[in-house]
Design a protein around this ligand. Structure first.
Ligand SMILES: *Cc1c(COP(=O)(O)O)cnc(C)c1O
Length: 371
């Protein structure tokens, strides 16, 4: 089965095999792997030794987004969120539940957030300390521009938190060139092509230290994770880390390096997207986004108008042909969603297009323009 979804992604056999090993994180034989991960991930973020630290939390991406919001904003602090889609909404929900005040900037669902609009809101409200941006909005497929938004945030003297969960490893990052960027958040199981179970932040250490004590949660207090990681000498996590997941990520990073790092990964995903986009159009389907706004992570395809269309039946029938796509949609209008990421190649995508075509034929979906 190939997972054509934006996480958890299809993984290579060597990555899954690394889960089958019993390890103790503090064992001197394991420690280099454990501490080395922080350094490797910081390098992918474009962070700098002495300025930026990598910390790990067990669990999913939402955990580390909540942790960053709690650890960087004071209780009652204001977070401006360009409302990009489903994951912008998740950030809003997490901020509100944590007792911070989300300020939502409505933006079009089919275009990147506008830096001038962000700057205008910041200038009008000096109480907003941070902007929370979703780098790749996995709901719509739009990629936003952290350099442009960051420049506006910096010019206004504020700080940036970047949800890079579906971007990290594929889209470029240069934390050293973005001093306004407090934290980049991601997990093991999207573009890094590891398995789920570990979430990470690369953060400016001084910003976490300055916020020590504000998290109102021990589990999600990144300043405490940092202090503990430094005391323990591992530099990465607190308590029992998901060590098998980290071991698998270490193998995934070896494969990432062998492929040629972030530029090569991006190139493969872009090639996957090209095959998929052309293939969907060739089948008579239409794409949700204009080409200029379409990022390389996830492709949303309009649900066909044919009365025989049923998303669950389509997903189940396609699964029988070896490909799993999402059985829900996050777009304003009904769509189906195909991930371009994971250990998949353009060749896999050609096979997926053929399987989707055969599935539509078998289900008798003839009217394929949007409903
Ligand atoms: C997947 C994703 C998340 C959440 O990650 P979970 O591991 O599902 O909690 C957050 N933001 C973005 C942009 C994502 O793609």
């Amino acid at each position: 089965m190939k997972l054509l979804i934006p996480g958890p992604v299809t993984t290579q056999a060597a990555v899954r095999a690394a889960l089958a090993v019993d390890l103790a994180p503090w064992d001197p034989d394991t420690l280099p792997l454990y501490t080395g991960l922080g350094t490797r991930l910081r390098a992918i973020a474009g962070g700098r030794d002495g300025t930026h630290v990598t910390l790990a939390l067990p669990g999913c991406g939402h955990f580390v987004i909540e942790a960053a919001i709690r650890s960087l904003l004071p209780p009652g602090g204001k977070l401006l969120i360009p409302m990009s889609g489903a994951y912008g909404e998740r950030m809003e929900h997490l901020a509100r539940a944590a007792g911070r005040v989300p300020v939502v900037l409505p933006i079009p669902a089919d275009a990147p957030a506008d830096a001038a609009a962000v700057a205008a809101v910041l200038r009008a409200d000096p109480a907003i300390s941070h902007v929370g941006l979703v780098y790749s909005e996995t709901g719509t497929g739009v990629v936003h521009d952290p350099l442009a938004i960051g420049a506006a945030v910096r010019a206004c003297g504020r700080r940036l938190i970047l949800d890079a969960v579906s971007a990290f490893g594929a889209l470029p990052l240069d934390m050293e060139a973005q001093p306004e960027l407090d934290a980049v958040l991601f997990t093991a199981n999207k573009c890094l092509e590891g398995v789920p179970g570990a979430a990470f932040v690369v953060a400016r250490a001084e910003r976490l230290e300055a916020g020590a004590g504000r998290a109102e949660s021990w589990s999600f207090d990144l300043a405490d994770v940092l202090a503990h990681a430094r005391r323990g000498g591992t530099g990465l996590a607190r308590f029992t880390p998901p060590i098998q997941v980290l071991n698998a990520l270490s193998v995934a990073l070896d494969l990432f390096d062998a492929e040629g790092g972030q530029p090569a990964r991006l190139a493969r995903y872009q090639a996957n997207l090209r095959v998929l986009s052309a293939g969907m159009r060739g089948l008579g389907l239409s794409l949700c986004l204009p080409e200029a706004a379409q990022g390389p992570i996830v492709l949303n395809v309009h649900a066909p108008a044919d009365p025989a269309w049923d998303l669950q039946a389509f997903v189940a029938a396609l699964k029988r042909r070896g490909f799993l796509v999402s059985n829900f949609y996050n777009t304003p209008r009904p769509s189906f969603r195909i991930g371009c990421i994971g250990a998949l190649t353009p060749e896999d995508m050609r096979a997926a297009v053929a399987a989707i075509g055969a599935t539509l034929d078998a289900l008798g979906i003839r009217e394929r323009a949007p409903g």
